[in-house]
Design a protein around this ligand. Structure first.
Ligand SMILES: *[C@@H]1O[C@H](CO)[C@@H](O)[C@H](O)[C@H]1NC(C)=O
Ligand SMILES: *[C@@H]1O[C@H](CO)[C@@H](O)[C@H](O)[C@H]1NC(C)=O
Ligand SMILES: *[C@@H]1O[C@H](CO)[C@@H](O)[C@H](O)[C@H]1NC(C)=O
Ligand SMILES: *[C@@H]1O[C@H](CO)[C@@H](O)[C@H](O)[C@H]1NC(C)=O
Ligand SMILES: *[C@@H]1O[C@H](CO)[C@@H](O)[C@H](O)[C@H]1NC(C)=O
Ligand SMILES: *[C@@H]1O[C@H](CO)[C@@H](O)[C@H](O)[C@H]1NC(C)=O
Ligand SMILES: *[C@@H]1O[C@H](CO)[C@@H](O)[C@H](O)[C@H]1NC(C)=O
Ligand SMILES: *[C@@H]1O[C@H](CO)[C@@H](O)[C@H](O)[C@H]1NC(C)=O
Ligand SMILES: *[C@@H]1O[C@H](CO)[C@@H](O)[C@H](O)[C@H]1NC(C)=O
Ligand SMILES: *[C@@H]1O[C@H](CO)[C@@H](O)[C@H](O)[C@H]1NC(C)=O
Ligand SMILES: [Fe+2]
Length: 533
């Protein structure tokens, strides 16, 4: 806290009129004599989760909702949606949904029927939820007492918690309700996953769900077809605050990506089941229109022991399509690139299933067809902020292979800051190593992962404690341009930016940008073929 004020004070002292700072101050290219640590700092207070009564979070009471798309393969897209049947009459049970899709909006030539599935999880009354600084839903300790108290449901002999009182609710600690307590059991709405198949590349598809919801999206180019620049929208650690919404809107309107990569930590539901639904609703305007490659983060696996259940049901990945045994890791290729999604939260050492799958996938893909080799996973291997987690074991296990195959850039989240490295390998800059992009804060409620470690490591090209999203435009087989679009506002009204020293003109400033150039003369590891390891 102290440190934050010191830095902020220094910033204001040097730049009392931050709005007047020329754009170039933040527009740092890869030049060593410009500042490599931004003087901008986002508010130290976390952005709160939107309150449960926010209009955008409400259920459509039986109608199709939470529509989103996941890219499985160029010709295959999962269309996922939900129906909350609570408010339907008892004799209505829409177990099936009819999806029509096609290339002519008025004549949808394909029709398919999918069955619903549901899952159950335990709501954990987590201090993240009821401790005010961590945001909504605003369960107070008083709210938790009746949920924990067994009197309403237990057999009389079950006395243990029947006299649960306020004093028994530990402050700032999560509370596991009994599995016998109906009030603590979360039941998902009916969930539908329609795999739209045999899609043609580069084509706009229109879809209709039960004549209730219509949408459209554009499929991706075939691997090897990159006549047009390809735009990737990159983000991670999204959450459901005002900033998350701003980022989602910005992603749709301003980045307008061909494909999004979400490098883990989606809803921050953290075992309060309904927050997966509210996140699905918040993201629908974007995710029902744009394709995503999802990646798991710790908030999918174990923030409150979800063990991926909501994630696997709701956000399918193309693992079967890429010969992977699990939805945790998979690959995808389109246009100029082969994208590999790895998991920071499964075994990764030599001999593990993930390691072996990675070797096979790398050996299988054709670099002449898709010259850009892109990797995403959640926990960064290079990030010069404190509290970066156990990144080094995975780095030790897998970095040599990724280097050998000449990965071009790696997308990571988890740490709530932005940091771009120079090409790096084995802890030192190396022109033939990948560029790491840590983009771990698209708006979640947790607050920034500051301070940065000093001195700044030599591999660190630029770092800034800010919210935002990344945009990568791949122009051809050698040149891609990356931009970090910082979000300075904590308010849905983007003209009101509460960040000290910032204002609306800089609300979505491009505070860092860099060319990523594949130099095959210099780096033969970026050429095919690599024969054996
Ligand atoms: C479903 O709708 C009911 C009534 O409208 C509501 O109380 C409940 O929270 C909703 N469930 C989910 C998972 O959104
Ligand atoms: C319930 O708890 C209160 C305070 O902890 C205690 O004074 C009271 O005797 C308890 N009642 C029963 C029935 O156990
Ligand atoms: C609980 O968290 C709040 C907010 O961070 C803090 O003010 C309070 O002192 C904490 N209480 C305990 C018992 O740690
Ligand atoms: C296709 O989607 C766009 C938004 O992405 C929407 O504006 C347009 O109306 C849709 N077209 C049809 C025919 O539904
Ligand atoms: C790899 O792709 C190139 C370019 O499309 C093609 O000429 C070559 O035959 C492919 N190699 C294999 C092994 O499929
Ligand atoms: C990596 O290099 C930094 C200096 O840039 C050093 O502090 C750190 O200990 C090194 N880490 C490893 C794992 O070698
Ligand atoms: C690749 O794109 C970059 C950026 O637009 C351009 O400068 C370069 O000339 C292009 N290279 C080729 C071979 O077209
Ligand atoms: C979100 O923004 C609105 C104004 O647009 C503001 O009233 C509200 O307090 C903000 N909510 C949170 C949780 O920061
Ligand atoms: C946003 O804030 C500005 C400045 O306070 C105000 O004039 C405008 O009406 C607000 N817009 C909305 C949609 O709340
Ligand atoms: C590629 O690297 C070589 C050797 O370092 C250098 O001479 C050449 O200028 C580089 N080419 C480009 C396009 O950067
Ligand atoms: Fe994380």
């Amino acid at each position: 806290m102290m440190r934050y004020f010191v830095i902020l004070f220094a910033f204001l002292a040097v730049f009392p009129f931050a709005g007047a700072i020329p754009h170039a101050f933040f527009g740092v290219e890869t030049v060593l004599d410009t500042p490599r640590t931004s003087r901008y700092i986002r508010p130290s207070l976390p952005s709160g989760n939107l309150p449960m009564h926010d209009i955008r979070l409400q259920t459509r009471s039986g109608a199709v909702e939470q529509v989103h798309l996941s890219a499985l393969r160029i010709d295959r897209v999962s269309l996922v949606f939900a129906r909350n049947i609570s408010s339907l009459p008892d004799d209505e049970f829409p177990m099936q949904a009819t999806i029509k899709y096609g290339t002519e909006p008025d004549n949808l030539e394909h029709k398919m029927i999918v069955n619903a599935r549901v899952y159950t999880t335990m709501n954990e009354y987590n201090s993240y939820l009821w401790n005010p600084p961590m945001g909504a839903p605003a369960l107070s300790r008083e709210d938790i007492v009746p949920l924990m108290n067994t009197a309403s449901w237990a057999e009389p002999w079950w006395y243990v918690y029947s006299n649960f009182s306020l004093a028994d609710v530990p402050e700032n600690r999560s509370v596991s309700a009994s599995y016998n307590n109906p009030a603590s059991i979360y039941q998902s709405p009916l969930l539908f996953n329609a795999k739209l198949t045999d899609l043609r590349p580069n084509t706009r598809y229109y879809y209709n769900i039960d004549d209730e919801f219509t949408g459209n999206f554009t499929t991706l180019p075939l691997a090897g077809d990159f006549t047009k620049p390809f735009t990737l929208g990159l983000w991670a650690d999204v959450g459901q605050t005002n900033v998350s919404v701003l980022n989602a809107e910005y992603m749709l309107k301003n980045v307008s990506p061909d494909l999004m990569l979400l490098a883990g930590d989606l809803s921050y539901a953290d075992t309060y089941g309904p927050l997966w639904d509210t996140w699905g609703r918040l993201m629908e305007p974007l995710m029902s229109k744009k394709l995503t490659l999802f990646c798991d983060g710790n908030h999918e696996l174990n923030a409150g022991n979800e063990q991926y259940i909501p994630y696997f049901y709701r956000y399918p990945t193309g693992y079967k399509e890429s010969h992977s045994p699990t939805a945790e890791y998979y690959s995808f290729e389109t246009g100029p690139m082969h994208v590999i999604t790895l998991s920071s939260f499964t075994r990764f050492e030599k001999g593990s299933a993930q390691y072996r799958w990675l070797l096979r996938d790398l050996a299988r893909f054709n670099r002449s067809l898709t010259p850009w080799l892109v990797v995403q996973f959640h926990v960064p291997w290079y990030c010069s902020s404190y509290g970066t987690g156990s990144r080094l074991l995975m780095r030790e296990a897998m970095e040599p292979i990724l280097y050998k195959y000449g990965v071009d850039f790696i997308l990571e989240g988890h740490v709530h800051v932005y940091e771009r490295t120079f090409p790096v390998f084995n802890n030192v800059t190396n022109p033939c190593g990948p560029v790491h992009l840590v983009i771990g804060d698209a708006g979640n409620r947790e607050g920034p992962s500051l301070p940065f470690i000093d001195p700044q490591p030599s591999w660190s090209a630029f770092r800034e404690g800010s919210f935002g999203v990344g945009k990568m435009v791949i122009y051809n087989d050698t040149h891609a341009h990356f931009e970090w679009h910082r979000v300075a506002c904590e308010d849905t009204n983007a003209t009101v930016c509460v960040t000290p020293g910032d204002n609306s003109a800089q609300a979505h400033d491009i505070s860092d940008s860099a060319w990523i150039v594949r130099n095959l003369t210099q780096c033969p590891n970026r050429l095919m073929p690599v024969t054996s390891l």
